[in-house]
Design a protein around this ligand. Structure first.
Ligand code: SAH
Length: 380
């Protein structure tokens, strides 16, 4: 395991007033140029420079006129995220702690496998959903990430992992499974995923970009109209009583509503397309034979593949991982009922990069320090 502290800036507030072009989809950049009276094809050129070639300086955009480059220089910039820590696991998994302009930190994980390279991207600083088995939940919610901060994770990882942009693609898949609930940051996540799919940007196929959600049903219903990606559902329990405890958003959108929304999502999709059902294996909680049979029943009318995730522990958690025997037995029941099941391999555990272990570092939500500073100054 290798850990590199890349920067140690105490005050990293970015006071730049310039527009960050990482915030723009192709469409939005076209609109931006049209409004300025420039030709919209400039947008395509610039999107290619930024996302295909990993360029962050206008001076390197050699097919853009010098005048436009100089003008852009004064009003805009391509502002990458700062790396605070760069960790590498003994299994090759890489985790970056990235520092945002407001001092918050988020985490991004790269998981290399034989046939693919997957980048796990965060969508929020912290998370509001309070799933009881997830370490991100324990830090609460601070704020949504901007488009630039979401796509900036891919921009940066690509640059670090594939220094020569013309060489073979290292990141073949992106999963929105980092910190946060992507559907609660809907517009920014949609724009960022639009860039992931955009042939002038990252050109990933819709089968290789996956949004994972705990099941915010109204947002899930809107997603299909906005951008076409693969879907993963954090189900984790086969009945409402148990799911209410593990994934509290279930109290608002119970299993029947979630499954109905999944069915709507799949209308008109190719027969081979499936929704991934994520199911974390918690010893003695949701892993009984009966739970497996219930799960078969819940999933009987949706095209799915089930992903069994061995629970990844974190300090002070009340849960334990199910034994391998239990996971196998649970899997066999699902398989015998005709379901496609994959047991997820745990990766990057030695650097706390496994599912549910992402903690990042967020500013105190209560802003207690600022509050106290104000009280002190008003009483002086
Ligand atoms: N909020 C989104 C995406 C983030 S979590 C969602 O809920 O889907 C990504 C996946 O990791 C989810 O399936 C989540 O339930 C799972 N996960 C969270 N904590 C975990 C843990 N401690 N061990 C294993 N998987 C966990």
């Amino acid at each position: 395991m290798k850990s590199v502290l890349v920067q140690d800036k105490k005050n990293c507030m970015n006071n730049s007033e310039k527009i960050n072009l990482l915030d723009f989809t192709s469409e939005k950049l076209k609109a931006f140029f049209l409004e300025r009276g420039d030709k919209p094809f400039r947008a395509t050129q610039i999107i290619k420079w930024i996302h295909q070639h990993g360029v962050d300086k206008f001076s390197e955009m050699t097919n853009v006129s010098k005048t436009l480059r100089a003008e852009l220089e004064t009003i805009a910039e391509i502002r990458p995220l700062e790396i605070a820590i760069d960790d590498q696991s003994s299994d090759g998994t890489r985790k970056w702690l990235l520092r945002l302009p407001d001092g918050n930190c988020i985490e991004t994980v790269f998981i290399p496998e034989d046939d693919r390279g997957t980048l796990c991207v965060s969508s929020q600083v912290g998370c509001a959903l309070d799933c009881t088995f997830c370490s991100t939940a324990r830090q609460g919610f601070n704020r949504n990430l901007t488009v630039a901060e979401i796509i900036g994770q891919l921009w940066l990882a690509k640059k670090l992992l594939q220094p020569n942009p013309e060489s073979e693609r290292v990141i073949s898949n992106v999963v929105m499974m980092g910190m946060g609930e992507p559907l609660l940051n809907f517009d920014n996540v949609v724009d960022a995923m639009t860039l992931m799919l955009d042939d002038n940007a990252y050109g990933l196929s819709k089968r290789r970009v996956t949004l994972s959600t705990s099941g915010v049903v109204p947002a899930l219903d809107r997603l299909r109209e906005k951008v076409e990606v693969s879907l993963a559902i954090s189900l984790h329990a086969p009945n409402n009583a148990l799911r209410d405890q593990l994934v509290p958003v279930n109290k608002k959108y119970p299993i029947e509503q979630l499954i109905a929304s999944c069915q709507r999502y799949m209308v008109g999709k190719a027969a081979r397309e499936r929704i991934t059902i994520e199911y974390v294996m918690l010893n003695g909680i949701n892993d009984s034979d009966q739970n497996a049979h219930e799960l078969v029943n819940v999933l009987k009318d949706v095209p799915v593949k089930v992903n069994l995730i061995p629970f990844n522990p974190f300090p002070e958690t009340r849960y334990q991982r199910s034994s391998n025997n239990r996971i196998h037995r649970f899997r066999d029941i699902l398989v015998n009922a005709g379901l496609v099941v994959i047991t997820r391999k745990t990766r990057g555990e030695d650097i706390d990069a496994a599912c549910g272990q992402l903690a990042g570092k967020i500013n105190d939500k209560s802003r207690r320090d600022i509050h106290f500073a104000r009280i002190e100054s008003s009483t002086e």
